[in-house]
Design a binder for this molecule. Sequence first.
Ligand SMILES: *Cc1c(COP(=O)(O)O)cnc(C)c1O
Length: 483
Amino acid sequence: MKLIFEKSVRGRKAVELPKLDVPLQANLIPEEYVRQELELPEVSELDVIRHYTALSRRNFGVDNGFYPLGSCTMKYNPKINEDTARLEGFSQLHPYVPEEFSQGALQLMYELQQYLKEITGMDAFTLQPAAGSHGELTGIMIVKKYFESINEKRSKVLIPDSAHGTNPASVTLCGFECTEIKSDDEGEIDIDDLKSKLNDDVAAIMITNPNTLGLFETKILDIAKIMHDNGSLVYMDGANLNAMLGIARPGDFGVDILHSNLHKSFSTPHGGGGPGAGPVGVKKHLEKFLPVPRVEFVDKKYKLNYNFPDSIGRVRAFYGNFGILVRAYTYIRSNGYEGIRAVGENAVLNANYLLAILKKHYHLPYDRTCQHEFVLTDKNLSNGVTTSDVAKRLLDFGFYAPTIYFPIIVPGAIMIEPTETESKEMLDTFAEVMIKIKEEAITDPEILKSAPLTTPVSRLDGVLAARKPILKYEKQMVLKEQE
Ligand SMILES: *Cc1c(COP(=O)(O)O)cnc(C)c1O
């Protein structure tokens, strides 16, 4: 497919501006600042529409197929969220509008915080962080500030070996050192290893629950107690909150700080790395450290309070990715109390249904009831067929690939998260295809090794793409290729 630049024809236009009906003011901009040639494609409106429609048809999203990307919660995003996010009073509201004219937006933020408190059992929230990883950073900044406030110097944060890569990144960025905790045979935190690494230099543990193997940390109460007895804090990466919505609350099992990925658990399209939101919740004793401004409800009015002298300060311009907050709010309101619980229950049910079928065919390293996702491996596939081959072949059958080679403690991991929004028929179809691929590994390994066969491009050089990305259109380059 050609680039839109290559479809350019000199002089072709999509829009014609009316003729100038006032005297021409020449030389308003000094000559040296006037751009002589703007290298934009010259195309008609129809050219633009056809070009981008064609591109969009090559895209894959939850709206056109099953997207079992583990840890990412690619659930269906209800379209009512898009309607509310586009309401003019929200979408056209300037962030500097005085409080008396932005009561509705502030009310939405205030109520969303209340819902998140109720769902998670935490005492206070900030909506500012723009993603889960940004929430982690915010949370660890709060950990730092907390120990400063009690005049203690602690330099280490414990992180299980199954953790998401953003966990050590956030910890390191904040000036702490990471200490890795091993997982035990059940896929949970190894308590003995944890105890052996605990001392008065440990500020916190960063725990993911359910963890990235899709397993609930059943010893979480003990872990929280051990940490608290040591004067340390418990941070929970809440990316997998979907599994426990309406069922269990981190605030009730000893978590001091938590982030929630609204774009995952509370539905916003996030496949292309678009805007997200990672609100951070804390227990009472850490509330004064939350970022400012904080949304409050005083004397029947919503207001922004900047007056928290112990706050870590702002972590983002304005008040967070407001459009994502509107979507999460809409999602929570439209599901209601029972609906939210049903999300958690069905996410777990769907994952266990798929697991029960697939474990008869694929190697399952941790054979337990799972939460919202589970991890298989390529261990018993024939003819050296790998996880990567399975993932590529799934594309030929119209599915997005699961998360692969993560968590890194499982060699050849295939991490599947079906989410609650998929039907039994879809889960059955996916299972059939997975089983068929396993048989192909015996009968037709060559197909698997060269898959995908039906996509616009097949196997790309991922390393080259990462090392030498071509991000800029170069006319010469295209012309050279055409020669
Ligand atoms: C997605 C995810 C993150 C990072 O969240 P972003 O919103 O992508 O920054 C962190 N931890 C886990 C377990 C995740 O799945």
